[in-house]
Design a protein around this ligand. Structure first.
Ligand code: HEM
Length: 401
């Protein structure tokens, strides 16, 4: 089987309906090597079966992070680019800051942001929901968590797009062009974060920047670079991921009135539906690692230093692991899906993400009547982190008027 990686990464038809490709890979090429300019060795090996991906995620000694996600960082991002044993000390510091309890304390402000954004569009009856809600909502939550002023939202959106949608912003997928864009963006971001940390030393607040300034790891304060490397990753990890999940979930609900009615019927059902959609859609469809030694998987040789692409989305739809994986089954025990990754790098922000998703949907259901995609419009997705280009929605009447 030939693997055309560049079309897999860019073809909109594949991004809109990736499930046949996932099945083809799992069934006919569960490990497949291809040339890839973003791999340090020039080769990437793609794995797609659940069992192989579980093994790779839980074996960081064989599959290391080691800067596999290139986005202009000047030093390894913390904790994503850090491997065990050092990784654990950063998670020990960060996990309590994103625990269910810590996250609950952010719920009221998160809800207020959702209400404010919805109030701006409710009377219109129709809008591009991606631009009006699914992009600004997680960005506003992020600004709040980290401690940045809302007036900087537009600057953040520009920086975020350059980091995670570099190809669109630069109008090119030439790696040299992308590296220039990432470098410039990263420099601006580090400088911005640096000033914020200075301010928080003078003027502490109830936010992440202040907690980092005051934090200790094994009795020592964090260095300034460690604080910057944590903040840089927060920016890259916590924005588009939530946007993509909202885009995927809202599109499904808009196209399926019965499913939408079920999600509206009770909060518990809504959470189960979101969890199943996280599994089926897997908006963060892949993660990257480097092989630390030579090995062979499904007869395919993987050399030490090859990039390994773990197709989380293919694993989450693997019928070797999930019965009828394409069926949304709210009674399924699907707690073992990899939508938030797995192993030591499992998502730090999963509790915050789930809270953002629940609050967003609760407020959308409370504010807008049943919504759908307007006739003649369609939703097209970006591959990788599956955000929509735009999300045209219309609703007949608002619930509150
Ligand atoms: C629905 C939304 C989200 C999804 C689907 C998601 C998905 C993921 C996935 C798949 C990984 C694993 C990366 C890897 O193994 O290479 C990850 C890691 C991570 N996520 Fe999320 N994420 C979401 C929201 C967030 C939010 C809101 C934050 C902000 C706190 C966040 C912060 C992180 C961090 C810091 C890591 C790295 C953890 C580590 O290396 O130990 N994520 N996320």
């Amino acid at each position: 089987m030939e693997l055309d990686l560049s079309s897999m990464m860019t073809d909109p038809a594949l991004a809109n309906n990736p499930w046949p490709v996932y099945a083809g890979l799992r069934d006919h090429a569960p490990a497949i090597a291809a040339p890839f300019s973003r791999s340090r060795s020039g080769t990437v090996v793609v794995l797609s079966r659940y069992a192989d991906i579980r093994k790779a995620l839980s074996s960081p000694e064989l599959f290391e992070a080691n800067g596999a996600n290139e986005m202009g960082q000047q030093r390894p991002c913390i904790p994503l680019d850090i491997d065990p044993p050092n990784h654990a000390k950063y998670r020990k510091l960060l996990d309590p800051l994103f625990s269910p309890r810590a996250v609950r304390a952010m719920a009221d402000e998160t809800r207020a942001i959702a209400k404010e954004l919805l109030a701006e569009v409710v009377q219109d009856g129709r809008t591009d929901f991606h631009a009006a809600f699914t992009v600004p909502f997680p960005c506003r939550v992020f600004l709040n968590v980290v401690g940045f002023p809302v007036k900087d939202l537009d600057r953040f959106l520009v920086w975020k797009d350059a980091l995670v949608h570099g190809e669109d912003v630069a109008g090119s997928d030439d790696l040299n062009v992308l590296r220039e864009l990432w470098k410039k963006t990263a420099n601006e971001l580090y400088a911005y974060f640096d000033k914020l940390l200075d301010r928080r030393i003078e003027d502490p607040a109830d936010d992440l920047a202040t907690r980092l300034v005051q934090a200790e790891v094994d009795g020592d304060p964090l260095t300034r670079n460690e604080m910057l490397d944590i903040l840089f990753l927060q920016m890259a990890a916590g924005l588009d991921t939530v946007t993509a999940t909202l885009d995927c979930v809202l599109t499904r609900l808009a196209k399926d009135p019965e499913l939408q009615a079920a999600a509206r019927s009770e909060p518990e059902k809504m959470r189960q539906i979101v969890e199943e959609l996280l599994r089926i859609e897997t908006p963060v469809s892949l993660v990257l690692r480097y092989a630390t030694e030579d090995m062979v998987i499904h007869d395919v040789p993987i050399a030490k230093g090859d990039l390994v692409m773990l197709m989380l989305a293919a694993a989450n739809n693997d019928d070797r692991e999930f019965d009828n994986p394409e069926t949304l089954d709210v009674d399924r025990n699907n707690t073992r899906h990899f939508a938030f990754g797995g192993g030591v790098h499992r998502c730090l922000g999963s509790h915050l993400a789930r809270q953002e998703l629940s609050i967003a949907l609760e407020e959308i259901f409370a504010t807008l009547g049943p919504f759908s995609i307007p006739e003649g419009e369609e939703v097209n997705f970006v591959p990788g982190i599956r955000t929509a280009h735009s999300l045209p929605l219309e609703w007949k009447a608002s619930v509150t008027t």
